[in-house]
Design a protein around this ligand. Sequence first.
Ligand code: ATP
Ligand code: MG
Length: 454
Amino acid sequence: MPGLKLIQPTAGVLRVQPHVYRRSEHPISRRAINPNALKVLYRLKQAGFRACLVGGCVRDLLLGREPKDFDVVTDAHPEQVRALFRNCRLVGRRFRLAHICFGQEIVEVATFRATAAPGREGDWVQEESGRLLRDNVFGTIEEDAFRRDFTANALYYDIADFSVIDYVGGMEDLQRGVLRLIGDPELRYREDPVRMLRAVRLMTKLGFVLDPACAEPIKKLAPLLAGVSPARLYEEVLKLFLSGLAVQNFEWLRHYGLFEFLFPTTEKALSSEYQGFPSTFLVRALEAADRRLSEGKPVTPYFLYATLLWEPVRLEFERHLAQGVAPAVAMQEAASTILTEQQRHVAIARRVALPMREVWLLQPRLERCQGSRPLKLLAHPRFRAGYDFLLLRCAAGEVAPEIGEWWAEFQQVGEDRRREMLSGVQRKRRRRSKARRASMFPSQSCSGLSPSSG
Ligand code: ATP
Ligand code: MG
């Protein structure tokens, strides 16, 4: 690591001279710090404890970005923190943390931690693979710095003198735009394979280059993701794909061979071409999600997961159709198969899985615009999401664009025009029903168009 002076590397104990950047040597102003986080820092300091901001917030403040959350670290133990704050509760098993609540806002306070190591006292459990299951060994600030993931994430803003303390060369890496793991990359990924996902997410978020030594082992170690709890991966996937940088993250995840361990059925579907063309649905859907987020519009987790798994669901759906199964049943079967398989890798809670299924089940129904069906569909609680999803499929060339246009008009017009549209459709559908039955998408068109005519 650049600029470091190792003083006394005794067994398991670090002795490193940090680089201390005085207030005049860095741009962090207290005005940019969340007032509740400041209150917590001052209270700890007044009680005689050491108190610093650390991690993403210091990194972001130094880069002139607005931090997402303000994490406080201290040498006070969790019980001592609780004794200082009325509005405090202790949480977490793998990490014991104090949450100080200010209305809706929570300031997280952690005690300095050391890396668990053989012979080291404390409450920690490590698997044979190197993965840490419990990690509650308290330590010094420098030990705390070395157990963080990236150098840019291991800078401390000390409330005692407003300095920034750097044990790992993080400031230089920040200035050069390099994301670098602290210590031996392979070892650090083995301890916690989620760091590979964090590498991708932070590199795109910050616009940084991943240090080549940290990039190199990822392909080989990607299979370690299979050992990470599906619930934790669910959260990481949301961070990767609801960040506004979903397309970039998706491309890097595939580049490093990580995506296939998050979404194996999707990866397989993407590698197989559909009717001679590689599918563009997912990339277009992720582009649309990024665009929505940049416009301040929400993207729900269920809609995101519905798009991430659509390719394999569609292939499975078509397989059932080819066997003569009715579209509604084929979609139910496809949804169940893919969801069950996916749950082995990334946990999807029922509250997310149910609306996802509904969006998928609506797809064949939205392609049939006849009789009283469209009116019933308009009243469906998931209609809007199902329609938005249909538009993504239209944009990807999977469904004739006229179907999307038909629905756009149908939603806007009055009763008379709706009746006209429905009857017009019925007449056309009768004329074209033979051609439709021959198509892979039996109900491909509201107006009797075949997929290729779109
Ligand atoms: P974001 O801005 O997206 O919140 P972040 O770096 O703050 O990014 P958090 O998940 O909030 O990410 O983590 C806070 C800090 O905790 C990190 O900056 C890092 O120092 C440390 N950290 C988080 N995850 C790990 C990990 N898997 N291994 C080691 N340290 C970690
Ligand atoms: Mg953070």
